[in-house]
Ligand binder design. Sequence first.
Ligand SMILES: Cc1cc2nc3c(=O)[nH]c(=O)nc-3n(C[C@H](O)[C@H](O)[C@H](O)COP(=O)(O)OP(=O)(O)OC[C@H]3O[C@@H](n4cnc5c(N)ncnc54)[C@H](O)[C@@H]3O)c2cc1C
Length: 300
Amino acid sequence: MSALEQQLQSRFGARFAARRPLADLTSFHIGGPADLFVAVESESELQEAMAAAHGDGIAVFCLGAGTNLLVSDRGVRGLVVRLGEGFQKITIAGCHVVAGAAVDFGVLVETVVEHGLAGVEFGEGIPGSVGGGLVMNAGAFGGEIAKVVTLVHGVSREGLAESLTRDQVGFAYRRTALAPGFIITRVEFDLTGGDRAQLRARVAEVHARRVARQPLGVPNAGSIFKNPPGGFAGRLLEGAGLKGTRVGGAAFSEQHANFIVNLGGARAEEVRMLIEMARNRVKERSGVWLEPEVKLVGDW
Ligand SMILES: Cc1cc2nc3c(=O)[nH]c(=O)nc-3n(C[C@H](O)[C@H](O)[C@H](O)COP(=O)(O)OP(=O)(O)OC[C@H]3O[C@@H](n4cnc5c(N)ncnc54)[C@H](O)[C@@H]3O)c2cc1C
């Protein structure tokens, strides 16, 4: 056992684990073990864990709800941190909302709508956490998280608390320019007042559109590729005949060509083969080089 492993074990007890498999913490149900894994419950615990990892020179990866990840079969080297229930608080004062980074995005949408607040209805049905949604600049149907965020609080790779304005986050389409290793602890939003019945109707409409289009009953990680400028990845993939294409336990969904589904026992390597196959076929057919939206994590 390394000195760092001993330190984390004695500090975090059962919330620490070595060689912890990650498959059950991802929506794909795929992925090998984290060398070191810890669930933290407060900002000070997070700072301690980060400072310890930094002092030991190992990388830290923050796992949110795991809904946008393809974790390698070989797993993740270094320390994987998960934010626990201590990061699940929502505070509302007028139109100002503060949400912990581990708050489920759907719970945030439901809560603010019930308070008659508008601005995040687009997020109905986007799985994952507020922290993950922030990092990915999650969005749908014309809305995105960047439009309503004012301040982001977190901890730097060195273990120091930091706050960033919206501009400092560097939002772009499905990405941000946060410093490597920065872990978000809570996010502040400015929403607008709205009519509760109209907001509920808007949420129901978003829900219906999602249910009609997406393979919701089978493990997946949402859209595999980002939409290219002016186009739709799904159309390009469908045009290249990828719907239903299968490698091992992984296949492009018959329902939506931009989703890869785990039909049972899929390995990360099989999903990666599908991703590369699709990129090459779409490039040959349409000249477009698709960029993955799903994050490939770990040791490939
Ligand atoms: C069925 C389905 C539908 C989806 N539909 C959409 C959609 O319509 N629009 C859309 O944008 N996305 C969609 N997604 C993708 C995914 O839900 C979002 O990207 C989501 O915001 C990811 O959040 P997460 O907590 O699961 O993050 P994870 O997948 O765990 O992580 C994603 C990235 O965020 C980082 N991260 C997570 N939490 C933190 C934190 N606290 N601090 C720092 N970094 C952090 C991780 O390190 C990683 O780099 C869908 C996924 C599924 C499975």
